[in-house]
Write a protein that binds this ligand. Structure first.
Ligand code: ZN
Length: 437
């Protein structure tokens, strides 16, 4: 697990009354607007830090006046240059240009496959999928930048909890799991020196925190579509701690959101299903489901990885995030889940433990089962031919919840699985690859 521990000095300085210069850095450096400082953690290299912020290692070394970029130390503040504009004087030769980016990104060429790229870098397809959170390895496109996975890196070192120079009562702030992209699930872990009341904000989204032993955890979805979600780039996470009779303490952290690189697809609907697209139809169903999705259940039901809800499938017929046009209309919506091509009647299993909150026929989603996994995480399983559970029923991972089908707004037998975090869709497949707390 790799964590980003970072703090924006401007955020700290806004509340500096009472704790002076707690981080021991020259204030002059701290007062520069929009400057992010990253504190080097165990296991970090300058290259890995550059990767997190989408920068070239040489640029980061230059910005920090580092003569030997191989020598960074734990606790060292590294200034992250603000939005790096494209170099005006581009290197004159292609070779020079390549050298400046070769240690972080690979730009997919027209004739390349992921297998070929993995082979080129002497690593596996899976490590590329993990590093880039690719929901479907088959969907790489020419011109797409791929993060080259960092190998030979100790996971043990990355999870050590060092003393961090945060204002009291904060003693640690971790943001994972990196790299983050549109459609990701973001996990925020706070350590505090004493019990506190925490609130968080990411864009328009508030972040509820749950105490788990000596840490507080918040889960927040990163929107997949620029219309309703976030645009790629740097975004702030703001955390406020409140204690009895004390002024609130606020820290903030910049996180890099990478583009989702989603494809587009055109969908044609047969005449008898057209009426399902009627906004009134769509919205009344959504309102009903929102009432279920937005209930925050503090019980944490699941453990470990989620599983794909079918034992086997022919293919992923439509991955998460694909921009959709219905019958030639504009691409204003996106695919909110992952579609598995399976014959009708295929057993559908609970992806993780939870409680069934919806089990009924809906007009757009067809026969639907929604499972509350706790902490604001919900599974939706749609277009079923049969429902095998009832609302209020507790399910364990792998339990039969229904049979796949072709009901509702569907153009053939398949299973649609989606994950929502307090109503916001994220890529469900991420939870089958990465363990969230
Ligand atoms: Zn679907």
């Amino acid at each position: 697990m790799r964590w980003l521990r970072t703090l924006i000095l401007s955020g700290l300085l806004a509340l500096s009354i009472g704790f002076g210069s707690p981080i021991g850095l020259p204030l002059a450096a701290a007062q520069k607007a929009d400057q992010t400082v990253y504190i080097v953690q165990p296991g970090d290299t300058l290259a890995s830090i550059a990767l997190r912020y989408g920068l070239a290692t040489v640029d980061l070394a230059k910005a920090n006046g580092l003569i030997n970029p191989n020598l960074v130390y734990v606790g060292q503040p590294i200034v992250i240059p603000a939005a790096t504009p494209p170099a005006t004087a581009t290197p004159s030769t292609p070779r020079a240009k390549l050298a400046s980016i070769a240690n972080r990104l690979h730009i997919v060429q027209a004739d390349e496959t992921l297998f070929g790229i993995a082979l080129k870098y002497g690593t596996t397809i899976q490590s590329f999928i993990d590093a880039n959170q690719l929901s479907n390895a088959g969907f790489i496109v020419a011109g797409q930048p791929l993060i080259i996975p960092i190998t030979a890196r100790s996971n043990e070192a990355g999870t050590a909890q060092p003393r961090t120079p945060l204002p009291a009562p904060f003693t640690g702030l971790d943001i994972g799991q990196l790299p983050l992209q549109q459609g990701s699930l973001m996990e925020i872990t706070i350590h505090a020196s004493q019990p506190v009341s925490l609130t968080g904000q990411f864009g328009n989204w508030s972040i509820p925190f749950i105490q788990d032993g000596d840490r507080y955890i918040g889960l927040v979805g990163v929107g997949a579509h620029p219309v309703t979600g976030v645009t790629p780039g740097l975004h702030s996470v703001i955390i406020t701690a409140t204690q009895d009779n004390a002024l609130p303490t606020v820290i903030s952290s910049n996180v890099q959101i990478n583009p989702g690189h989603y494809n587009s697809e055109y969908i044609r609907l047969s005449a008898d299903r057209q009426e399902l697209l009627d906004p009134q139809n769509v919205n009344s169903e959504l309102a009903k489901l929102n009432a279920a999705w937005t209930v925050f259940n503090p019980i944490h039901y699941w453990t470990g990885l989620f599983r794909v809800p079918v034992d086997k499938f022919i293919k992923i017929s439509s991955p998460f995030g694909t921009r959709r046009s219905y019958d030639g209309g504009p691409f204003v919506s996106y695919h909110e889940g992952t579609d598995f091509a399976v014959p009708a009647g295929t057993p559908v299993h609970a992806p993780a433990d939870g409680v069934v909150v919806v089990a009924e026929p809906l007009s757009v989603r067809g026969n639907a089962v929604v499972i509350d996994h706790g902490w604001g995480v919900f599974t939706g399983l749609y277009h079923l031919s049969e429902i095998k559970v009832t609302p209020g029923q507790t399910v364990k991972q792998g339990d039969l919840v229904g049979l796949s089908g072709n009901t509702g707004l569907s153009t053939g037998a398949h299973l649609h699985w989606d994950i929502r975090i307090r109503g916001l869709n994220v890529d469900a497949m991420q939870l089958t690859r990465q363990v969230f707390p």
